[in-house]
Design a protein around this ligand. Structure first.
Ligand code: AMP
Length: 190
């Protein structure tokens, strides 16, 4: 079973690329952001609980994340593997994921990180706000999400580098170019 984390700041193109990578390598795509947005749309108990947090650009609690992750993995018992998009986002989530995969006889095999600078990210997210109208794509919330990424998520780079699993990929270029770079590193690993 292959477990790939597609890592990067908000607006780095993780979502777009994860879908394509999952399709190409026959993996199940898990986007925690998509899961939350669906729950909010359907006004479920979970959706109501996380709506305010997401609209402010803050992080949902680690406890909730690992619970969601465990039940999502359990929904796909016989698959070739998973692409994690937007998860893990804290050191606690990373170690919880390790424990969860270990229990299932697997591990994080590879972390592919899309590298994009802050200015480009802000521009992309503002553009996405116009197109998709996501509530967490206003300038103020975008800046908060980047600050949250820098303080809580960036430490994961060291965490995965130490284990030799961190593979940076240039996140600037056309969608096809970036996809080709990701495929190259994944194929090299496989
Ligand atoms: P995304 O679409 O990945 O940018 O996620 C949208 C929002 O959902 C984030 O800004 C967080 O509020 C929440 N979220 C998604 N994934 C996580 C996670 N792994 N940990 C905490 N909050 C998350």
């Amino acid at each position: 079973m292959f477990h790939l984390v597609l890592f990067g700041p908000p607006g780095s193109g993780k979502g777009t690329q994860s879908v394509r990578v999952a399709e190409k390598f026959n993996l199940v795509h898990i986007s925690t952001g998509d899961i939350f947005r669906r729950e909010i749309r359907e006004k479920t108990h979970l959706g109501v609980k996380v709506q305010g947090i997401i609209e402010r650009g803050e992080l949902v609690s680690d406890e909730l994340l690992i619970e969601i992750m465990e039940s999502t993995l359990n929904q796909h018992p016989e698959v070739a593997g998973f692409v994690f998009d937007g998860f893990p986002r804290t050191l606690r989530q990373a170690s919880d994921l390790d424990a969860l995969l270990d229990k299932r006889g697997g591990e994080v095999d590879m972390v592919v990180a899309l590298e994009v600078d802050d200015r480009e990210i802000i521009n992309r997210l503002l553009k996405r706000a116009e197109i998709e109208g996501r509530k967490d794509d206003t300038r103020e919330v975008i800046e908060n999400r980047i600050a949250v990424y820098n303080s809580q998520t960036q430490p994961l780079i060291e965490y995965y580098k130490k284990r030799g699993q961190f593979t940076p990929v240039n996140g600037i270029g056309s969608i096809d170019e970036i996809f080709a770079s990701i495929c190259r590193v994944v194929e090299y690993y496989l």
